[in-house]
Design a protein around this ligand. Structure first.
Ligand SMILES: [Zn+2]
Length: 87
């Protein structure tokens, strides 16, 4: 399983972007497809980040991994999909 860059758990079934992990030292900003290629559109069951959508929503400002993580932690780190809850 691949590790989520937002919450650092390993519940992803596929890598989040075509080029993964990002090359060391590459400064990346959302939308990440510009740097990392095709997103998976998978939703992380732990934090709920959707690769390719949350960082490139089209109708709203893009959210970075860092921003999303801060907001998710502020909400008390809720499980997005409780059916895979292991903690
Ligand atoms: Zn996650």
């Amino acid at each position: 399983m691949d590790k989520c860059p937002v919450c650092c758990t390993s519940f992803l079934t596929v890598q989040p972007y075509e080029m993964w992990p990002p090359p060391a030292g590459l400064p990346i900003r959302p939308p990440y497809r510009d740097y990392l290629g095709q997103p998976s559109y998978e939703v992380c069951p732990r934090c709920g980040f959707e690769f390719g959508n949350d960082d490139d929503p089209g109708t709203a400002p893009p959210v970075s991994f860092y921003q999303y993580r801060a907001e998710w932690e502020a909400k008390g780190r809720p499980w997005f999909d409780k059916s895979v809850m292991q903690e």
